[in-house]
Design a protein around this ligand. Structure first.
Ligand code: ATP
Ligand code: SF4
Ligand code: MG
Length: 357
């Protein structure tokens, strides 16, 4: 199988601080940031993780990158469960699974040059070679890989001397210094100018193809997932609600939340930065209308709704949606949705139903 990185039933609950707990009536409570999430990242494939702000996307990335310990569940690289610690296997895991962030400015140290950042990363991963000539060659190769050429033009630059797109390319080069197998890209283009987003996404796609990388592409923008990702996963309030190949999920969404997300998605031309030729401008500015039902608040993750977490906002909610969490139901072509609408089994009484024979 081509699965490189796999998460199964992974949860992350952040305890609520004591001060805040007092406000909540003194109860011991936790933010259920991620609940029972499973996913697989494949070699040479981009998987998009889509969801609105606060749905738990970055927490998933940080769990996969081992920046947080999971509250429950298991993460496996090549089928082997990862255990945090100082062992060799853990170091290898951290080398193979690299994370890049939304804001390349914040992730690069302003007082250091590109050369410093990349040299340090190469050294940490034992890939700096021996001697100055080999190091110079490795640095040039890294910059070439992210299409910053000639290297001499960038190596001695400081972060503030580069454009946003160039900075993100340096951050990607730094991640590539580890020679990783998995790249977790947390909103890698959302802070960049629309006009240069496409270039950075195309670079990631090029890396995926040339190096057989597995990429997790985190975004709140489902239209870009369709353009860029092979598979798309949708998250809502800490849970995974739908998945499948990107074409299917974006053209024939199954979960009511995915439909809502698509209905309120901005014009795809704006996302990819290609201006297209269509738009006469008519009605084109409607995205993000506060009157849109999708603009209503996502639920609190301190006491998330019982049952399907989407039920308070779902136009199709049924009785059982209120108290029973929907499992994944498989649909055609590898698509699945965690929604009771797709339950084809004969009606089974809910546990605790008084009429149970
Ligand atoms: P965005 O699109 O805004 O980046 P996201 O989908 O990445 O959102 P997360 O950052 O994963 O969402 O946050 C999910 C939930 O977990 C939020 O309610 C957030 O407040 C909470 N959370 C995240 N990190 C912590 C932390 N270290 N301590 C406590 N709560 C946290
Ligand atoms: Fe709506 Fe019920 Fe499906 Fe949840 S399980 S999305 S509430 S129909
Ligand atoms: Mg985030």
């Amino acid at each position: 199988e081509s699965v490189v990185l796999e998460a199964e039933g992974v949860s992350k609950h952040f305890p609520v601080r004591r001060g805040a707990r007092a406000l909540l009536g003194g109860e011991r409570r936790a933010v259920h940031a991620v609940d029972d999430v499973s996913l697989r990242l494949r070699r040479g494939s981009v998987t998009a993780l889509v969801g609105e702000s606060g749905s738990g996307k970055s927490t998933v990335a940080r769990l996969l990158a081992q920046l947080h310990p999971a509250t429950a569940g298991e993460i496996r690289l090549d089928g082997r469960p990862v255990r945090a610690g100082r062992g060799r296997a853990f170091r290898a895991y951290c080398r193979h699974v690299q994370l890049i962030f939304q804001d390349p400015f914040a992730s690069l140290n302003p007082v250091h040059t590109v050369r410093y950042h990349l040299t340090r990363a190469l050294r940490i991963h034992g890939r700096a070679g021996s001697g100055a000539a080999e190091l110079e060659k490795a640095l040039a190769a890294l910059l070439e890989r992210v299409q910053l050429t000639p290297a001499s033009r960038y190596l001695d630059a400081f972060p503030h001397e580069l454009s946003g797109g160039q900075r993100q390319r340096v951050a990607i080069a730094r991640a590539m210094a580890a020679d990783p197998r998995v790249l977790l890209a947390d909103e890698p283009v959302s802070m960049l100018d629309v006009s240069i987003r496409l270039g950075v996404l195309n670079l990631l796609r090029d890396l995926k193809e040339r190096l057989d990388l597995a990429i997790l592409y985190i975004t709140h923008d489902i239209a870009s997932a369709r353009y860029f990702a092979d598979e798309t996963l949708v998250m809502y309030a800490g849970r995974m609600v739908e998945g499948g190949d990107s074409e299917t999920v974006t053209q024939r969404p199954a979960h009511p939340y995915t439909r809502l997300l698509l209905a309120s998605a901005p014009d795809p031309d704006r996302v990819t930065g290609s201006s297209g030729d269509g738009g006469t401008g008519e009605g084109g500015e409607g995205g993000g209308d506060p009157a849109d039902p999708s603009a209503s608040e996502p639920p609190s993750l301190i006491s998330p709704p019982d049952g399907c977490r989407f039920h308070p906002r779902c136009p199709l909610a049924m009785e059982r949606c209120r108290d029973r969490t929907p499992p994944r139901f498989d649909l055609d072509g590898g698509q699945w949705a965690a929604c009771w609408l797709y339950d084809t089994s004969p009606d089974v009484p809910a546990p605790g139903d008084a009429r149970t024979a």
